[in-house]
Write a protein that binds this ligand. Structure first.
Ligand code: NDP
Length: 244
């Protein structure tokens, strides 16, 4: 366990797999106090037990980011367990890609609910406390899909453009709270498993061959957290060297 960094209380949404899980491992091993949130609590429990065996400070709580009351409960639990929230990583996301003319309206709604409303709920739950303390850090996970649209990804990209817009708006409205957007390129995870459209799923297979490991994004998130309070890392784009 590395205790050289200033230890912070960090909340991570979507910590049950992929980038969120890797970020939790990395931050706990750096000595931060980490609270894991997601719907699959059995995975969170296993991860928390592993990290506690290594001496880490970690707790978990059931969280559906589409529900504001879940998010406020998550933050209240974290504060009871570890004290005021220093950082929230709004990482939870879904990506059921499909062409618009497939009219998968339920999947569009799900992406908007998780990827946009989920981030807003995370901000709503921590902002009053951070403003009253005059410090805090909101890290929102967008995507390279928040910079350029590609076929089958119109709605997903719209949600990730929204994450960047919300983050920049928050950054402009405060001079006390740090706001960081992390925009990954393709990363190995479970994200593409939920794609029900066969064309979109096949297209993703080609990308997955060059995927980064999620630890690469965890390191970027840790870099932003580790800066002093007067340094705001506004955005990090992290993609495979071999990506087009
Ligand atoms: P995973 O599918 O591996 O992880 C997604 C996480 O989000 C899971 O922990 C899942 O937990 C959680 N989640 C989904 N819905 C909800 C919900 N309603 N409430 C709470 N948690 C939820 O994918 P990644 O790790 O790749 O994705 C993490 C983030 O990175 C996402 O925002 C994604 O858009 C972004 N990203 C990923 C890229 C990639 O190539 N992998 C590229 C660019 C951005 P559970 O199901 O247990 O609730």
């Amino acid at each position: 366990m590395n205790t050289s960094t200033l230890s912070k209380t960090v909340l991570i949404t979507g910590a049950s797999s992929g980038i969120g899980e890797a970020t939790a491992r990395h931050l706990v091993r750096q000595g931060h106090r980490v609270v894991l949130g997601a719907r699959r609590t059995e995975r969170l429990q296993k991860l928390a037990e592993q990290l506690r065996e290594e001496g880490g400070q970690v707790a978990f709580h059931a969280l559906d980011v589409t529900r504001l009351d879940d998010m406020t409960d998550f933050v209240a639990f974290a504060e009871t367990t570890f004290g005021p929230v220093d950082t929230i990583v709004n990482n939870a996301g879904v990506m059921p890609l499909s062409p618009l003319n497939a009219l998968k309206v339920d999947e569009w709604d799900r992406m908007i609910d998780v990827n946009v409303r989920g981030v807003l709920h995370g901000i709503a739950a921590v902002l009053p406390g951070m403003e009253s303390r005059g410090r805090g850090h909101v890290i929102n996970v967008s995507s390279i899909g928040g910079h350029a649209v590609s076929p089958t990804a119109a709605v997903y990209c719209a949600t990730k453009y929204a994450v960047r817009a919300i983050s920049d708006g928050l950054r402009q409205e405060t001079d006390k709270i740090r706001v960081t957007v992390v925009s990954p390129g393709v990363v190995e995870s479970e994200l593409a498993d939920a794609i029900s459209d066969t064309t979109a799923r096949d297209a993703m297979k080609a990308f997955r061959r060059i995927a980064l490991q999620p630890e690469a994004i965890a390191r970027a998130i840790a870099y932003a957290i580790d800066q002093p309070d007067d340094v705001d890392v506004s955005e990090l784009i992290v993609r495979p060297t071999s990506s087009p």
